[in-house]
Structure formats: C-alpha cells, structure tokens
Design a protein around this ligand. Structure first.
Ligand SMILES: [Mg+2]
Length: 349
C-alpha cells in the first residue's frame, strides 16, 4: 500500500511552482509532482488536480526546474514539441478496454488482405520486441515487415473511403487536453511534430474526425500514401518510416495536416530545415524507444515526458530514470499544458 508521508513545495524562480509529494512503499520512495501557478487559469477541480498529482512521477525536480528556466529564457522561437502518436496523444484505454492504434484500426474492406496483414504482425511483432536481435538485423526485419504490409495495402486496393470508415468505426480517443495543448502551441507559433511508424493518412483522418479542426503548427512525420483519381492507393511516397527510424532524420517526410484526405503536400524543405534551429525540445512518448525521436536534432535542452500506461510496477523504475516526468494510468494532457503555458505565458513571450 502506498502511504503519503510528506508534501513539500518550493518556489522555482519566476513564479513556476512545482509541488512534490513523496510516497513510500516498503522498498522505495516515489516522488510525484504537479505544476501550479499563482494565477492559474488552467487549474482543474481539486479532485482532478489531486488525481493528476497522484499519477505524476518525477525524480529530479531541481534538474527539471533548470531545464524549464533555460527553455523559457531562450523563448518560443527556439522551441519545438515532438510527440509519438499512439498511446501518447491517444488514450491507452477507451471505455475500459485497450484502445485501438492507428495501424490496428485499418480495415481494408477485404477480409483476405486484413488477415494477411495480421499474419505479418503475428510473425514480425515478436521479432520487433525481441531483446536478442541486434539492431542492424532488426532494422532489416522491420523494413521487410513494413514493405510487405504496404504492398498488401496497395494490392488489396485500399481506398480513402475505407480509411474514413475504419476511423469512424474505431475505438481510438485522444487524451483530454490534447486540443487545448495544440491550440496553445499554435497561438505561440510553436511547431508540433507527430512521429509515427504508422500511416500519416490514417493519423490525419483520426485527427480530423476526433478533433474536428486542423492546426497550422501540427505536422505528421509518417508513411505517406499516394492515391489515384478514384481515391485508390497506388503507391507510397518518400522514405519508409518504421519503429527504428522514426526520428528527426525523417524530417523531410513532415507535412502539415490538411482538412481532407489525399492532398498532395507541397515542398516544405525550408520550413523543415528551420526545425533544426529550434534546439529546445519537449518530447513525449509512451515507450523508452520514443526517446530516440530527437535523434538527428542537435538539441540544447530537452524535457522528456513518458506516459506509462501498463505494467506500471514492472516498468516504473526504468521510466523514471529515462524521462524527466512520467505520467501514469492514462493521465490526461493537463499537466503538459500547464508546463508549456508556464514556459511561455503571455507575459513571458
Ligand atoms: Mg506509442
């Protein structure tokens, strides 16, 4: 049983306040924290606030405060947000059951091809998570898996309509506060890169159907489809992005979210090159491997946030070592929103 045994608060410089609650188990002490602010218009009800605190873990509050100050001093023009999609921006559980992922939800409208893709998953997924396969060998296997899956999607005649229907029928949902987070960042002209080894076109449709608007600052870096005039998939464009290379090296695949499927993305080279100059980063992911999303960016200061959704007892130690902040139990995005709103409050920008 966890017992709250003390609560300390300290004032970080410039009115950022981090409250730390220490909880002790028989064998170890966990530090939990949440962000507070003197004039906090984002404050939730006391119950929501206390739920969020209880689901937030932070080992080194002073180090985080130092990063916050460095990022704030450099200003929003030096800052970018990098986020994984599945189980990071989206919820791990929906209505008490495991929510679907952007790749898992796709139904081609053709049971034969859906089954063939599932068979590939059954074969390659154990290889993906095997700790025994060296990374270069695993990279080849992942390329093989992704290429075969893409071929099946083309061969099976995937259409816009099948994507729209798959998304409409899916159980996928965003964490509370994602829209507000994107809106805040859009106002501050801070770009958000969503990295995924899935399918950009599916992710964009999930965003359109669930958030009901587009954001100028949000770009997807993922595998992109090419459709013919009948709305049928004919090929994939650019480089293949799989689990082991979804990082800023793949930035040339970044394209903004459009209000409909099948829009050919214009050249974004200059804008994407400017991303490299934004050397302060907030990174969010739900796997330790997501920390590699900032590979390829020579960043100065990085705040990393991990969402630990499952196997908490088993994984907490490694997550708290790897990430600056860890949110447990499918926590909403309110803590992240408070963090960025304090980094770049209206007065500070
Ligand atoms: Mg994920």
């Amino acid at each position: 049983m966890l017992i709250i045994n003390c609560c300390t608060r300290f004032h970080a410089p410039s009115s950022i306040r981090i409250s730390v609650v220490r909880r002790r188990t028989h064998s170890q002490t966990h530090s939990f924290c949440c962000f507070g602010h003197e004039n906090n218009s984002l404050a939730k009800s006391p119950m929501e606030q206390s739920n969020l605190s209880a689901n937030t873990v932070m080992d080194h509050p002073r180090a985080l405060t130092d990063k916050i100050n460095l990022i704030r001093d450099a200003g929003p023009s030096k800052f970018q947000v990098i986020a994984d999609f599945d189980a990071t921006l989206t919820r791990y559980r929906v209505n008490g059951l495991r929510g679907q992922t952007s790749h898992g939800l796709l139904q081609q409208g053709n049971a034969y091809y859906d089954a063939k893709r599932q068979a590939l998953y059954d074969h390659y997924h154990p290889l993906e998570i095997s700790p025994l396969i060296p990374v270069d060998e695993k990279t080849k296997l992942m390329e093989e898996w992704w290429s075969k899956t893409h071929e099946l999607l083309i061969e099976g005649g995937l259409t816009y309509e099948a994507i729209k229907k798959s998304v409409a029928d899916s159980s996928i949902a965003f964490r509370q506060g994602v829209t507000e987070l994107f809106e805040f960042l859009e106002k501050k002209e801070i770009p958000v890169l969503i990295f995924s080894a899935g399918l950009a076109d599916v992710i964009e449709e999930v965003l359109r159907q669930n958030l009901h608007r587009t954001f100028k600052n949000v770009k997807i870096v993922s595998n992109r489809m090419v459709f013919n005039d009948d709305g049928q998939l004919v090929s994939f464009k650019g480089k293949l992005i799989h689990v082991l290379n979804k990082n800023e090296h793949a930035l040339d695949m970044a394209a903004p979210l459009h209000d409909r499927l099948g829009v050919d993305t214009a050249e974004e080279d200059e804008e994407n090159a400017n991303m490299k100059k934004r050397t302060n980063v907030l990174l969010m992911g739900d796997h330790l491997g997501d920390l590699r999303m900032s590979d390829g960016l020579n960043y100065e200061t990085r705040i990393s946030i991990g969402f630990l959704n499952d196997n908490i007892e088993k994984s907490l130690e490694s997550y708290r070592e790897a990430f600056d902040l860890v949110y447990l139990n499918d926590a909403p995005m309110w803590g992240v929103l408070e963090l960025v709103s304090q980094l770049f409050s209206t007065e500070a920008s």
